[in-house]
Design a protein around this ligand. Structure first.
Ligand code: NBP
Length: 474
């Protein structure tokens, strides 16, 4: 019998996804550029389900029922284009090519348009959850046409993670929408991790707590509003002792954070869209700063290390918890704003509540809190900001005092907390009655005659700064 669906690219992600499909009873055609990987998959896991191995793409295509559904799981960028170019001449109108890699959404838009010309469906599907997720149930964010989702949706929903019986997979929207949402997911993940790291640093350096003690704090936090995968594994990592030295592993790991680029993409796209995603940007820059070893050494030598003034007071742990929660709300509010802006820009008609729903399981940012986000957008799809939803407004309001205390403490102690500080500035920025943007407009008009608008009447105006300083209509 022909295979139901195919996977090409059998490194960790592809082979785990193929196994997930097979375990759900699908007959899966499998292929990899170098056949050794295909053979290894069959040798190690062939007994788990119904696999149809192929040595070539021609064979793979021939082994499938029509319309064909082929998932590409290869290295993003050039390799994905190489596979598409080889595959397209072998396909027939109506066939579906699914890219499950971490593609940039602009590449997905380009590929979707090109394949449409050939009568093919191209589905850029964001897949989150790493190798574990691919095997046991990822969060899946497929873009592409409605028609492709009618065929693919049932299979993808079947293999996706489930929370309360609801699959973490939904048709996100046309063309690059799926990969865009996956990108923002990763950006939020950067912000979330940065905030967690700052919370640890404050408790450790200002509060004088050991990594093991902070691990306990996080374990406790994971039973409340902050309950999430990242908070859970923070307790694991902080509690882990290095077998070689007997020290906390976190004290042995080099403090230079690396990145693969999806956080940077999120910020670049936010700049294009004009959406302030300060939490994600600070997180990306904090990783960059940590990696500048030479510069850190030079500045540390010039100034000496910051003299941390702190000392535990009993309220620090609770204050930091509240600051973390409020800052996290801000980071998510910003990420959801960015999705809304892209949706308007590209005509995607994103259902923001559904995005929160499919992130509840299978992915790195899965958290209890996402239920609250879904409820907020279900109640008010056009919500101006997550911050104004009743639940989040109350949460942020009740955290505000603690949040300010933590920021003051961090700043005066000399412990960098760019995530907490910028989140608070964002909140204060949005709620200010007047912003000094008026002065910026005045300056722009002064040096560049860029004109300004007035608060008291319509129109554009210019002041003759170098002349008699009278105001003229512009
Ligand atoms: P890799 O990103 O390491 O890619 C290795 C695969 O790409 C192998 O199957 C390799 O074939 C194939 N490949 C390459 Br490289 N160049 C090729 C070409 N020109 N033509 C055909 N095949 C080519 O694999 P991965 O870590 O499993 O990730 C797969 C995708 O999933 C990536 O886009 C990744 O960003 C994404 N992703 C990964 C994770 C994760 O946690 N790892 C999570 C979410 C998404 P070969 O065996 O012949 O060299």
């Amino acid at each position: 019998a022909p295979a139901r669906i195919a996977v090409t690219g059998l490194a960790v992600m592809g082979s785990n996804l193929a196994r997930n499909l097979a375990r759900h009873g699908y007959r899966v055609a499998v292929h990899n550029r170098s056949h050794a990987r295909t053979k290894a998959l069959i040798a190690d896991h062939g007994h788990e389900g119904d696999f149809v191995p192929s040595e070539t793409l021609e064979e793979l295509v021939a082994s499938l029922q029509t319309p064909r559904q082929i998932i590409i799981m290869v290295k993003a960028g050039g390799p994905t284009d190489a596979v598409i170019d080889e595959l397209v001449p072998l396909l027939e109108p109506g066939d579906m090519v699914i890219d499950g890699g971490n593609a940039h959404y602009a590449d997905t838009r380009r590929r979707e348009a090109a394949l449409k010309e050939a009568g093919l469906h191209f589905v850029g599907a964001g897949i989150s959850g790493g190798e574990e997720g691919a095997l046991n149930g990822p969060s899946i964010m497929p873009g592409g046409s409605e028609e492709s989702y009618r065929h693919l949706g049932p299979v993808l929903e079947d293999i996706a993670a489930k929370v309360d019986g609801v699959p973490c997979c939904v048709h996100v929207g046309p063309d690059g929408a799926g990969h865009f949402v996956k990108m923002v997911h990763n950006g939020i993940e950067y912000a979330d991790m940065q905030l967690i790291a700052e919370a640890y640093d404050l408790l450790h350096r200002v509060g004088g707590m050991s990594p093991a003690e902070v691990a306990e704090v996080f374990r406790g936090w994971n039973t409340g509003d902050l309950e999430s995968y990242l908070v859970e594994i923070t307790a694991e990592v902080l509690g882990h002792v290095d077998a070689e030295t007997g020290a906390a592993l976190v004290d042995v790991i080099a403090d230079e954070a690396e990145q693969k680029g999806t956080g940077r993409w999120t910020v670049q796209e936010a700049l294009e869209l004009g959406v302030p995603v300060t939490g994600i940007a600070e997180a990306v820059f904090a990783r960059s700063l940590s990696g500048r070893a030479g510069q850190r050494q030079a500045v540390r030598s010039a100034f000496g290390p910051a003299a941390v003034v702190g000392g535990a007071d009993t309220s620090l742990v609770e204050d930091v918890r509240q600051a973390l929660y409020a800052s996290k709300v801000v980071a998510y509010a910003q990420g959801f704003d960015q999705m809304r802006a892209a949706s308007a820009e590209y005509g995607w008609d994103l259902d923001l509540g559904a995005m929160a729903t499919i992130w509840r399981g299978g992915c790195i940012i899965r958290a209890r809190f996402l239920d609250r986000i879904r409820e907020a957008y279900d109640k008010a799809p056009e919500l101006a900001s997550l911050l104004v939803d009743d639940y989040f407004r109350d949460a942020v309001q009740s955290a505000e005092e603690a949040w300010r205390r933590v920021v003051v403490k961090a700043v005066s102690a000399g412990v960098p907390a760019p995530g907490f500080v910028s989140a608070l500035a964002y909140y204060d920025g949005l709620r200010s009655e007047r912003l000094p943007a008026s002065l910026i407009q005045g300056l722009r008009d002064f040096f560049g005659a860029h004109t300004y608008r007035r608060t008291d009447r319509e129109g554009s105006f210019h002041t003759r700064w170098s002349g008699d300083r009278s105001q003229v209509d512009a």
